[in-house]
Each structure stands twice: as C-alpha cells, then as structure tokens.
Unconditional design. Sequence first.
Length: 104
Amino acid sequence: MSECCSSDENARYKHRKRSDEQVKALVTRLNRIEGQICGIRKMIEDNRYCPDVLIQVSSVQASLNSFNKELLSAHIKSCVVEDIKEGKEEAVDELCELLKKTMK
C-alpha cells in the first residue's frame, strides 16, 4: 500500500492521512449536513407541510452529493494517482467499483 492509503496486516480498514485543512473542511461540511438533518427532524416534530420537508430532504441530498464529489476528487488526485504510478492497476478496478456503489 502507498503511504496515501495504507493499512497494516491486522487492520480491518485502510487509512488515509489527511491534512488538518482537509479534515476541517470535510468536518465543516458534515456539521452543516447534520444541522440540516436536525432541522428536518424539527420540521417533522412541528408537523410541517410535507412538500416543505421534502424540499429540505432534497437539499440534504444535494449537500451529501457535494461532499461525495469533494472526497472522491481528493481520493482520485492522491491515492488513485499514487497507486497507478506505483504500478498498482487494481486501483482502477477499485475506483470503478466505488463509482458503481456511489452512483446508484
């Protein structure tokens, strides 16, 4: 494994070292999404009109899609490129499988 996306023999998951700036940006986006979800919960508790709730759900889906695009872009530009440079062509298969799973 490259240093970018690494795991040891006993690890169940691969790990990727992110810069402090990357972590902050991703967590900020997730916190915003979490706030949107809490807002939807409050709308349900307040018996708000269904179309209003559905519009907010659509907004959360768009936010999650944007988060995925940012994370996917970073993964391709770092881990995938690094693995390909190291001759690990299985990175392309892994990426294709990832795209299939995330583009449902």
